[in-house]
Design a protein around this ligand. Sequence first.
Ligand code: PLP
Length: 487
Amino acid sequence: MDSSRKPSAGSGGDLPADELRSALRRAADLAADYLEGVGDYPVLPPLAPGELAAKLPAAPPRRPQPMDAVLDDYRELIEPGVTHWNHPGFLAYFAISGSGPGIVGETLSAALNVNAMLWRTSPAATELEERVCDWLRQMVGLPAGFRGHINDTASISTLLALAAARHRLPGAAIRERGMAGRVDLPPLTVYASDQAHSSFDKAAMTLGFGLEQVRRVPSDDAFRMNPAALAASIAEDRAAGRLPVAVVATVGTTSTTSVDPIEEISAICARERLWLHVDAAYAGSAAICLELRQLFAGWEAADSIVMNPHKWLFTPVDCSVLFVRDVEQLVSTFSLIPDYLQSAEQGVTNLMDLGLQLGRRFRALKLWMVIRAFGVDGLAERIREHCRLARQLAGWIETEPGFELAAPVPFSVVCFRAVPPGSPEEQDRFNERLLAEVNAVGPIFLSHTRLRDRYVLHAAIGNIRTTEEHVRQAWELVRDVAGSLRP
Ligand SMILES: Cc1ncc(COP(=O)(O)O)c(C=O)c1O
């Protein structure tokens, strides 16, 4: 240990309390200054691959370094080198924000550093997680039977849901016997629309269904799963001796935020005894707004639902809530208690029983702070405003010659493209150049998708700091750049 920095009594080898206080105060200033000025950065950092790595020492320091020096480097090197997801001009993918209350929650959960695997290993983390998930359930209007718990991402929540669906198969005993080499077990099939997120395929790969057993059901003109095609696909698989297991329906698909017809899909699942998982990773938060609830009609019949507060509820990454209608389905799928984790408390939730992971972060703290600090009405207002801004942008696009909307706009994402004269392939190339040139300017970052094989620009409004002015600027930039590219 450096002789210039003696540990003070009580801190062991850690930062003495006064140094911690001053480092945290400086970190608080860095965070607040960052959020206040984030709009002055270009959204994408002007960095070439490897440029930052070249500035970082190849080997770790052998001697302690003062936190002030570390924070100086954070300010100089790291902050300007990130892509600024908290920037009001970040309109790519699903735009998100780690809001102030969520940042405070993250900080304090790091200070507590509890591992809420068992109730005993953190009663408050366990009980707050249960309470805050139940708040969320009420906020989005799900019935009382649904129980929520928090995972890192929707990918993991969907994996857990499909594992529970597989476990529920009568007589399959996959938990005990596995799947390999079993002549008594036909191929297991799973279904989602051709617009569903790739986390569905990854879950099928991981669980041993295999990509060949993944059915991508065609979607209609508005990118919604076609229920008749779903029913036909299930019938075909049954006739061929395969065993359908689960359907994933999406409210708010990744490309266009389309909404699958949940009521019809859930009727098929009930008839066929299939697990219905609803992926509302992005759009679930919008169910807080009563006027948007009809887009979720039927989701209360699902066996499981995932929604990500880290996508559209102003909660820092990561935070994904998996709701299940019958929590025992998760417990019987995953509970496995080695002797050293036996605990005497009765009637408590041990969160490790609900999924794959043992150790878990105290994510409920930040979500609790976000919900309390903004209030349910405040959250609804922010989401409502994002949807209004998206409709506004869609309106400008619709009335602009040379542009077209590429999909309906049910939430806060607008898919559109320029349509200069030329073949579809030439138009695709034009839109690719348009996106690259717009993103190179700095104040906004848009992403793209492909719809029916056409290249389409994707503008997502979900950042708490994004205002009408930012959206207008973004649109004017797109229009101007398109004008300069046209022959
Ligand atoms: C509809 C949908 N589901 C799932 C996911 C995966 O989310 P995560 O990054 O939390 O795994 C995404 C990601 O954007 C998504 O759009």
